[in-house]
Design a protein around this ligand. Structure first.
Ligand SMILES: Cc1ncc(COP(=O)(O)O)c(C=O)c1O
Length: 422
C-alpha cells in the first residue's frame, strides 16, 4: 500500500477499516497532562473489552443466586466452564479442539507441560533456549534441570541472534552439533524483545528430526500472528491471555498438547481431580481415570472469575476473525514502520525484522541529543503508552482490534515532539 504522511490520510484509512467498530468495545486509559492516550501496549497488557465486566458480573451473580449449584445449573455451568475457551483457542492457534485447554498461568503451564515432556536421561538432558529468552522461561528451564539433578550452566544451550535476528541456519547447526544431547527445545513464537516472528515450522521440524521434544512459548504470538500448531506439530505450547488476547492481568492461560500425545497412557502427567474424566469425577474414586485430550493436564477446578474475561475476549476475536485482524495488523504496523523510517531515519531505528514481524515494533534511539530512557519518559508524559525493555528498547504495538491509523499517526507526531524537547 502507498502510505502518506498526513493525518487526513490516516483518518481515511480508519473510515475504510472494516474492523474500526471494535474500538468502541474497549476501555481506553485516562487522559494525562491534557493528552488523550495513544495506547500501543497491547503486546504487554491488552485493553479491557467492555464485555469482560458483563461476563464477570454474570458469574458473580450466579455465585450469589445459585451458590454451589452454579457448578451444574447456570447458563454456563462451572463444571465445564473452561470449554467455552476451547473453540476460540483452537481457532487462534490452528489446533484441534482436543489439543487445547484453558488452565493456570503461563509459567505454571510451562512447568506442568515440562513435567511430561522434559524427561532427561544422562545422555540427553540439555534444554535449548534462545539467548535473550524471557527471564521466566530461562528460570523455568534452569529449575527443571536442577530438579532433575543437572547443572543449568552446562544443561542450557543458547541460540544466539546474528545481527539481531535468530537465524534458523544457526539453530540447525547448533542442533547438528549438540542434537543428541538435547532433550527439549523451549522457544518463543515471537521474541519478546525484538518482536521477531520465529520460523516456527522450521523450529518444530529441526527439533523433531533430531529426536528432541519441542515446546513453544506463544505469549507474544497468540492473537498476533497466524499459527498452525497441529500441522507444525510442536509437542506442546503455552500462552498467556493478557497481551493480545485482552483478558486482563493474570487471566487464565492456554495450553496445547499435540494430538499424538493425547492418548491416555502415552505420557506421565502431574494429576489432579480436574484431569480426571468428567463423567466419573464426582464418584470420588481412588483410581484416576484420565480425561481426553489436553484437558488431562488440568489439575484444579479453574478460577471462574479469571476465566470469564477470557471467554468474553474470545467472543470478540471470533466476531472480528483472525484473518481480518492479521490483514489490518500488517497494514497498521506497516504504516507505523513507514512513518518512523520517513520521519526519524538515523534517529530512531526499528530493530524488528521487516520480513518477520507481527504487530510489534522494537525501537532503538540513535539520536545522540537525547538519552533513550529520557525519550521514553517524555513519551509517557505525552500519554503515549508503549513500554521500555532494558537495556535500550522502546516497544510499540498497534493492536488491530482497537488501534486506529490515527493512533499511529498521533504516535509519530508525539515522538517528533518528544525528540524536539530541550
Ligand atoms: C515470553 C513470556 N514468557 C513468559 C512470561 C511470564 O508470564 P506469566 O507471568 O503469566 O507466567 C511472559 C510475561 O510477560 C512473557 O512475555
Amino acid at each position: 500500500m502507498a502510505y502518506e504522511d498526513r493525518r487526513a490520510f490516516a483518518e481515511s484509512l480508519d473510515r475504510d477499516d472494516v474492523l474500526a467498530r471494535f474500538r468502541e468495545q474497549f476501555y481506553f486509559p485516562q487522559v494525562r497532562n491534557g493528552h488523550a492516550p495513544v495506547y500501543l501496549c497491547g503486546n504487554s497488557l491488552g485493553l479491557q473489552p467492555k464485555l469482560a465486566g458483563a461476563y464477570v458480573r454474570e458469574e458473580l451473580d450466579n455465585w450469589a443466586r445459585l451458590a454451589v449449584d452454579g457448578h451444574f445449573r447456570s447458563d454456563r455451568p462451572w463444571l465445564s466452564y473452561h470449554r467455552h475457551a476451547t473453540a476460540g483457542f483452537a481457532a487462534l492457534t490452528g489446533a484441534r479442539p482436543l489439543e487445547v485447554v484453558a488452565m493456570n498461568t503461563l509459567t505454571v503451564n510451562l512447568h506442568v507441560l515440562m513435567a511430561s515432556f522434559y524427561r532427561p536421561t544422562t545422555g540427553r538432558y540439555k534444554i535449548l533456549i534462545e539467548s535473550q529468552a524471557f527471564p521466566s522461561d530461562r528460570y523455568a528451564a534452569a529449575s527443571q534441570l536442577r530438579t532433575h539433578g543437572f547443572d543449568p550452566a552446562e544443561g542450557i544451550i543458547e541460540w544466539t541472534p546474528r545481527n539481531g535476528c535468530l537465524c534458523v541456519e544457526d539453530l540447525a547447526s547448533l542442533i547438528e552439533h549438540e542434537g543428541a544431547g538435547i532433550a527439549l527445545l523451549l522457544l518463543p513464537g515471537v521474541q519478546y524483545y525484538t518482536g521477531q516472528v520465529l520460523d516456527m515450522p522450521a523450529v518444530c521440524r529441526l527439533g523433531r528430526e533430531a529426536g528432541c521434544r519441542v515446546g513453544l512459548d506463544l505469549a507474544h504470538a497468540v492473537g498476533n500472528v497466524k499459527l498452525a500448531l497441529h500441522d507444525w506439530a510442536p509437542d506442546f505450547a503455552a500462552w498467556c491471555t493478557y497481551k493480545y488476547l485482552n483478558a486482563g492481568p493474570g487471566a487464565i492461560a492456554g495450553a496445547f498438547v499435540h494430538e499424538q500425545h493425547c492418548t491416555p497412557g502415552n505420557l506421565d502427567q502431574l494429576h489432579g481431580w480436574w484431569g480426571h474424566d468428567e463423567a466419573t469425577r464426582f464418584e470420588m474414586r481412588k483410581t484416576f481415570t484420565p480425561a481426553a485430550g489436553a484437558e488431562l493436564w488440568q489439575m484444579s477446578n479453574p478460577p471462574i472469575l479469571s476465566l470469564a474475561p477470557v471467554i468474553a475476549s474470545l467472543q470478540l476475536f471470533r466476531e472480528a476473525g483472525m484473518d481480518a485482524l492479521i490483514r489490518k495488523a500488517d497494514s497498521l504496523t506497516g504504516y507505523l514502520a513507514w512513518l518512523i523510517d520517513r520521519r526519524f531515519a538515523g534517529r530512531v531505528e526499528i530493530i524488528t525484522p521487516s520480513d518477520a514481524r507481527g504487530c510489534q515494533l522494537s525501537l532503538v534511539v540513535r539520536d545522540s541529543a537525547v538519552a533513550p530512557k529520557t525519550l521514553f519518559d517524555r513519551l509517557c508524559e505525552l500519554n503515549v503508552i508503549g513500554d521500555w525493555r532494558e537495556p535500550d528498547v522502546i516497544r510499540v504495538a498497534p493492536a488491530p482490534l482497537y488501534n486506529s491509523y490515527a493512533d499511529v499517526f498521533e504516535f509519530a507526531d508525539r515522538l517528533e515532539r518528544a525528540l524536539a524537547l530541550p
